[in-house]
Design a protein around this ligand. Structure first.
Ligand SMILES: [Zn+2]
Length: 338
């Protein structure tokens, strides 16, 4: 052994460059041998996780996508608009003029005391492209049974359809549910009049039966709140009527940070931010919805508050600038550390 070492040292002294390159090659070869094998990407079953972690002061928060729905833009989205202007607005953004993408984004907030979910996604109420919330909760390491508060901004199927799972059980079995008193009373009344909506009768019937099914299932765990009421410490209701009679936006406050949950006060940058006068066919009372939209947007833009807007492209977090009588959306910059 000693003989081998001393002859190696003599060789290194004679040809140092050769020796160094040989040693480096040996190290590289041993590293390659130790590297774990990487499976080939399975494109058939791969998907992008829709989870975005961030913070609001001391609160830990995450946006959880429930998927997206592509729908023809007219007549539903912009019933008061000139169809040519709608097409032009979409083409300018490189979108197909035949399909508008409506994203669904639920918000999770861990306040330290409560694990809160705001809206539950569509479940299977609106087709197979959705119902990704459960999968994304799993990706985020959030267990449905740990959610102790669910806040419902309003009772349209894309916000409440995840309450009852396809097996008939509650998706969030240990949660208390909060909804505004005005919203609960509207949907649980004997007659629910959706006739002002500019959507087909079949969709109107679907909305009513979804409300009966999902709200009915939590009738014993529901708490009704009033405008400006603090639902849990740090989360306060803001009345946002028009889209539905009792829609509620929310203000989330921790330390010096604030986040506004805009619910469906606005849907889309190209439509109701840039053209607030185009209306949306999903608003039960378009005039009241337009007033609510302007009031909240002016407040968000004036205070420069971060906002989560349920139907904006994932992660649906951003800021709003006012520009004359129009508005612009500024998405947050992606952060790798929440
Ligand atoms: Zn919605």
């Amino acid at each position: 052994m000693l003989l081998l070492i001393s002859s190696m040292l003599r060789w290194i002294k004679r040809s140092p460059l050769k020796a160094i390159s040989l040693i480096l090659s040996a190290i590289l070869l041993s590293l390659l041998i130790q590297m774990p094998a990487v499976d080939a990407v399975n494109w058939e079953n791969s998907f992008n996780s829709g989870v975005y972690h961030f913070a609001v002061g001391n609160f830990k928060a995450a946006i959880l996508s429930d998927g997206l729905l592509n729908l023809p833009p007219l007549p539903t989205y912009a019933p008061a608009a000139d169809p040519e202007e709608v097409e032009q607005a979409m083409v300018e953004r490189f979108w197909s003029p035949d399909e508008l993408s409506l994203y669904f984004n639920a918000l999770y907030v861990d306040t330290g005391t409560h694990q809160v979910l705001i809206d539950t996604g569509a479940g299977t109420e609106l087709g197979a492209g959705l119902a990704k919330l459960t999968q994304n909760l799993h990706s985020a390491g959030i267990r449905p049974q740990d959610i102790d508060i669910v806040v419902i901004t309003h009772a349209h199927p894309d916000h409440i359809g995840g309450i009852v799972a396809p097996d008939g059980q509650l998706t969030f079995p240990n949660a208390e549910y909060y909804i505004s008193a005005a919203e609960w009373q509207f949907w649980m009344a004997e007659t629910v009049d959706l006739s002002p909506l500019k959507i087909p009768d079949q969709f109107q019937q679907g909305m009513k039966s979804a409300a009966q099914k999902h709200l009915g299932a939590i009738a014993n765990q529901i708490y009704q709140f009033q405008p400006d009421q603090e639902i849990v410490p740090g989360i306060t209701a803001i009345a946002a009527p028009g889209h539905t009679p009792g829609q509620s936006a929310l203000r989330i406050t921790s330390e010096a940070s604030q986040l506004i949950v805009a619910a469906d006060v606005f849907f889309n940058e190209a439509f109701d931010l840039e053209h607030p006068d185009w209306q949306t066919g999903f608003d039960l009372n378009p005039q009241q919805a337009a007033q609510t939209r302007r009031r909240l947007l002016n407040q968000i833009a004036g205070d420069r508050t971060m906002v989560i807007a349920y139907h904006m492209p994932f992660p649906a977090l951003g800021y709003v600038r006012s520009w004359g009588d129009r508005y612009e959306w500024e998405p947050v910059l992606w952060q790798f550390d929440p």
